[in-house]
Design a protein around this ligand. Structure first.
Ligand code: PLP
Length: 405
């Protein structure tokens, strides 16, 4: 793997100081920082070939369209989808799930049908389904978790029934870090003829994702969590599903022929891309995927595993600190709580030391309810973090404790 100093040098923001202290960025679960090559790729679009895609016959439009479609192909190969028609660009994970919840609901859901989610879901994989259920009279069923923050598979198997129309689960919990047993979840759903959507917002950046090998029906993620720009996301769907589903937005580019009486839709994947897409961000995302591939996805996974293990050991040594999410299968995210100290106080004191952590419910209130808490402090690490930074976090936590002693 590339030397850590060289990796850090790729990310301009990591050089900055906050409050005259070096930035220690541990909020990668919320959004990752961007390497220079991604910033350059987006800049280059606007500086030298910006033209609206799929519309003009002119040089710039052609160039932008070509770069956008090459980005789609890059995403396809990154997640090993069979065809680029199966890759739909969206605004992000939230946009992708809302889209599928709408289209799937309109096509397949009737009164009394059931959708299975897990207790570990981010609100983005709860609320769109809830809205759809309200519209269609369907019901959400929830896979419970144990004290370690792992889903209870036996309970999932019991929930699957002839009423189940879809299973939608996260690849990894953003709040606790738990990695879900997707192989078992998908196999059981498929043997009951039920499709599965995987929310990859906290999975794609931590290792190799192969949608073909997973045999997943829908896979969604956000560009900004994998070192790409904001405002771009991906919706992968098996061709057979995308071909059957209706569009979730109407507008320019997603149509074939429009009259006031009737509209016919464009072919895949354009049927799902209404209006001017965020092509500069898609082009930036493709560059981010190149960057991650160049660093090496297996190397990223093993480096993050090492950081997680180091951080877990160091934090576990701190008296009166409780870690939430203690599964053996975790992404490099640690959620914790200090006895008798509110997470916002901890977060604010760490911030003044230049350490960026997330505090609160992490858009996963049902997870917090499961433990009877109103939030945690979350340090989400990634490959550009260092053990020295983790040591500094430990120092920060000790400082917080001493201030509240
Ligand atoms: N799903 C999970 C597991 C997440 O962690 C997040 C964001 O933190 C989302 C969905 C929503 O992602 P976005 O806000 O990029 O749409």
């Amino acid at each position: 793997m590339k030397d850590i100093a060289d990796i850090r040098a790729d990310f301009p923001i990591l050089k900055r100081e906050v409050y005259n202290k070096p930035l220690v960025y541990f909020d990668n679960g919320a959004t990752t920082q961007k390497p220079q090559c991604v910033l350059d790729a987006v800049d280059e679009v606007y500086k030298s070939y910006n033209g609206n895609i799929h519309r003009g016959v002119h040089f710039l439009s052609d160039m932008s369209s070509e770069a956008y479609e090459q980005s789609r192909e890059k995403v396809r190969s990154f997640i090993n989808a069979s065809k680029s028609q199966e890759i739909v660009f969206t605004s992000g994970t939230t946009g992708s799930i809302n889209g599928i919840a709408f289209s799937f609901g309109e096509s397949y859901i009737n009164k009394g049908d059931e959708i299975i989610l897990s207790r570990l879901e981010h609100h983005a994989n709860i609320v769109p389904w809830q809205m759809m259920c309200e519209r269609k009279g369907a019901v959400l069923r929830v896979i419970p978790i144990n004290d370690k923050g792992e889903i209870i598979l036996e309970e999932y198997y019991k929930l699957l029934s002839s009423k189940t129309k879809l299973v939608s689960v996260t690849q990894a919990s953003n709040a606790l870090g738990t990695i879900l047993p997707l192989r078992e979840i998908i196999a059981a759903a498929h043997s009951a003829n039920v499709p599965v959507l995987v929310d990859g917002a906290q999975g794609i950046q931590h290792g190799i994702v192969d949608v073909n090998a997973m045999d997943v029906d829908f896979y969604v993620f956000s560009g900004h969590k994998i070192y790409g720009p904001n405002g771009i996301g991906v919706l992968y769907g098996k061709e057979k599903w995308l071909a059957e589903l209706g569009p979730f937005q109407g507008g320019g580019d997603m149509v074939d022929k429009v009259t006031f009486e009737k509209t016919t839709y464009n072919e895949l994947p354009f049927k799902f891309e209404a209006g001017t897409m965020n092509y500069p961000a898609a082009i930036g995302l493709a560059k981010a995927l190149d960057y991650v591939s160049d660093i090496g996805r297996e190397d990223i996974a093993s480096r993050e595993k090492e950081l997680l293990s180091y951080a877990t050991d160091r934090l576990a040594d701190i008296k009166d600190l409780r870690i939430f999410g203690t599964s053996d299968h975790k992404i490099s995210t640690i959620s914790f709580h200090l006895k008798n100290i509110h997470q916002y106080d901890t977060g604010m004191i760490l911030d003044k030391m230049g350490i960026a952590v997330r505090t609160g419910t992490h858009c996963a209130q049902p997870v917090m309810d499961r433990y009877g808490i109103d939030g945690t402090v979350r340090a989400s690490l990634c490959f550009y973090n260092t053990k020295e930074e983790i040591d500094f976090l430990v120092k920060g936590i000790e400082k917080v404790k001493s201030m509240f002693a």
